[in-house]
Design a protein around this ligand. Structure first.
Ligand SMILES: [Zn+2]
Length: 340
């Protein structure tokens, strides 16, 4: 079984985007009281939005199941207030629940959290509980910078985030560390802000003792870990200079990387530098890069093809990357698989 740990509902029917547009327009209106309202999308519309995209690609590329969450670039935590963002997250997550209900063999849910810059995490905890306990979701996406490129909230290792981590540990769910859109014109969202955030999060984790406080807390750093595997020597050296433990001991029981790196040399480097126990297969399809690489004739984001082509990868390691590690990182998935 091949599990893609990183997929977003980027092809959701337009009514979802229209809802958010309306919501944000009304948000600026004086005296407006936000209400959850409706997003009218039929099951047939959901089926149509997936059959021609994610489901077709699963079949064509030979993957089985995608860990599926709302569109990350549309989370837009910086755009409104806590109540508005709560309603938006609830709708996005409810749509993922419907996708997983229609295609239980193809998708398992991960939730968007209703974060808002400078706002404590009570709404996020409530929504995480709802999605895990009521919808059967197995994880969440945690935005380390809900300000959208200005980094106004404390680092991920600050006690600010601890109430959420306590709930994640209690529920046995990991978080993928995943920013949303960028409102800072210096940072292109998927080309710079995403990769910056992956790198930044890793460095924050390296400099603090978060995992002494939460030994079972787990994070997936997406997009191949940003700059981290490429600069692994820098991070090892920085840790050493700071008197920190070796990275394996310090972080690798808790931090995992996905394979959303869109060329073979990058994947090869990731597999050489990071232990197979810490790598989870992912493609982020349909996602940031949708084109065909003219050099190979294949989609950039068909990451399975790169892994398949690496003949020095031992079969046991390949199995961990494609499936086994998911069961370690997402205990709720493992439980679900055992019950099936
Ligand atoms: Zn993503």
């Amino acid at each position: 079984m091949i599990i893609d740990c990183h997929g977003h509902y980027t092809t959701a029917p337009k009514a979802l985007e229209d809802y958010r547009k309306r919501q944000l327009e009304e948000f600026g209106t004086p005296g407006h009281a936000p209400a959850k309202g409706e997003v009218a999308i039929s099951d047939d519309q959901i089926r149509a939005s997936l059959e021609s995209a994610q489901l077709r690609m699963q079949r064509e590329r030979g993957t089985d199941l995608t860990i599926f969450s709302p569109r990350a670039s549309a989370m837009g935590h910086h755009l409104a207030d806590a109540t508005t963002n709560r309603f938006w997250s609830e709708h996005c997550n409810e749509l993922i629940q419907r996708v997983c209900g229609l295609y239980p063999d193809n998708f398992v849910g991960v939730c968007q959290l209703p974060q808002t810059p400078g706002v404590r995490l009570a709404n996020c905890i409530a929504e995480l509980e709802r999605c895990v306990n009521e919808f059967g979701f197995i994880g969440c996406n945690l935005n380390p910078d809900p300000s959208g490129g200005y980094w106004t909230d404390p680092p991920l290792t600050d006690r600010w985030w601890y109430p959420l981590y306590e709930k994640m540990v209690e529920l046995e769910v990991p978080a993928m560390i995943h920013v949303s859109g960028s409102c800072n014109p210096n940072f292109h969202a998927t080309g710079a802000h995403y990769i910056n955030a992956d790198t930044t999060a890793f460095m924050q984790l390296l400099t603090a003792d978060l995992f002494s406080d939460f030994p079972t807390l787990k994070f997936v750093i997406p997009h191949g870990g940003g700059a981290v595997p490429y600069h692994w020597g820098r991070y090892r050296g920085l840790a050493q200079d700071m008197g920190r433990p070796p990275l394996g001991e310090l972080l690798l029981d808790n931090v995992f990387f996905d394979t959303c790196v869109y060329h073979r040399p990058g994947i090869e480097l990731l597999l050489k530098v990071i232990p197979a126990d810490n790598i989870l297969f992912a493609s982020e399809m349909v996602g940031a890069v949708r084109g065909i690489d003219p050099e190979s004739g294949h989609p950039y984001d068909d990451t399975k093809r790169y892994i398949d082509s690496i003949d020095w990868l031992a079969p046991a390691e390949r199995e961990k990357i494609f499936r086994g590690n998911v069961e370690r990182v997402y205990p709720r998935f493992a439980r679900r698989a055992r019950l099936a």
